[in-house]
Design a protein around this ligand. Structure first.
Ligand code: ATP
Length: 309
């Protein structure tokens, strides 16, 4: 490999020293994407693309549309308008084998509690087995080796034979990331992966995702409620408010005004203090969750900052 050079993504974002992505197409392209639930618009005209090695945070108040966007990226929900392409192919047209290259990491880990860490990671290999082997969980030696490697990668090799329900939250999330790696992903979609973790475990998981993006070339898109984690670990922030992109910039370039646009505008506060961004009352309808998360991390309170306090 030659000298490392600064590289800029299709969005004009600097990805640090990643010479191997020059000239490569984006891993993921979202174009004019919209999704509604009945009369309620959840995501509107969202466009962005992700390159290999990129670690992107999607920030935004509760109800901003993060989960809806992620569900459409992973093919578990359909868009109403626009296109989402993975490796140049529209999500709806991906073969099951291609879809396996999009791995999902969940807030609640989604491990099978009574199975060992190793067996949970092996589940990431199921899609690569012939059906009969999958049914009987008859994994090849190569699959088992791969699963051990993935556990080693996330620092969980010593816990390979431990039941998932005896692991701490941070350890369970590491196993879930190992399961994602076992799928040999090109894209990891992590929906609030640290929301259930204590600050120390959360920082460890964020560092792990960052390392995976850097070392394995995987693109990682991660929704967060904690501005501090986005600032510390990610390359770029996409900010959603009321289903629209209001920020898309390298993390290092973001100032308080950008976070104000996301969390603190008077308009947003007046709407989200008691209602969802659609104006309808719902359980997503407060910015308080975001404030508490920011404060826990020692970040300036986005609402107080915007009030000039
Ligand atoms: N299945 C659904 N049916 C109806 N409305 C929905 C559904 N899923 C989401 N919504 C609405 O779409 C909007 C966006 O919700 P979404 O869950 O994507 O936001 P979010 O940014 O992920 O929120 P949070 O940070 O609280 O998880 C909200 O107004 C929500 O109530």
């Amino acid at each position: 490999m030659g000298d490392a050079v600064d590289t800029t993504s299709a969005n004009g974002r600097t990805l640090g020293s990643q010479p191997d992505i020059v000239g490569k197409p984006p891993v993921l392209t979202v174009e004019d994407f919209s999704k509604s639930f009945g009369a309620r618009s959840a995501v509107e005209n969202v466009s962005f693309s992700l390159m290999e090695h990129e670690f992107v945070a999607v920030l935004g108040p509760s109800g901003a549309g993060k989960t809806t966007l992620f569900r459409c990226i992973t093919g578990s929900a359909k868009s109403d308008a626009g296109r989402i392409r993975f490796g140049g192919t529209e999500i709806e047209r991906l073969t099951p084998r291609e879809l396996r290259q999009i791995a999902v990491v969940f807030q609640q880990f989604n491990l099978v509690r009574r199975l060992t860490a190793l067996d949970n990671v092996l589940a990431g290999r199921l899609g690569y087995l012939p059906t009969w082997r999958g049914v009987f969980r008859r994994f090849e030696r190569a699959d088992k080796l791969r699963a051990f490697e993935c556990l080693e990668r996330v620092g969980m090799l010593d816990h390979a034979l431990q039941r998932a329900d005896t692991l701490s939250g941070g350890q369970q999330q590491r196993v879930a990331i190992a399961r994602a790696l076992a799928q040999e992903p090109r894209l990891i979609v992590a929906d609030e992966p640290v929301a259930s973790l204590d600050p120390s475990s959360a920082a460890g998981v964020m560092q792990l995702l960052k390392d995976i993006a850097r070392d394995e070339g995987v693109a990682v898109i991660c929704s967060l409620h904690q501005v501090g984690y986005a600032r510390t670990f990610t390359d770029r922030v996409i900010g959603l408010a009321r289903g629209r992109v209001v920020v898309d910039a390298p993390t290092q370039s973001l100032d308080e005004a950008a976070y104000d646009a996301l969390y603190g505008s008077a308009d947003l506060r007046s709407n989200t203090a008691t209602t969802g961004h659609s104006g309808m009352p719902d359980h997503h309808s407060t910015v308080e969750k975001d404030r508490r998360a920011a404060l826990r991390l020692g970040d300036p309170d986005p609402v107080l900052v915007s009030d000039g306090v």
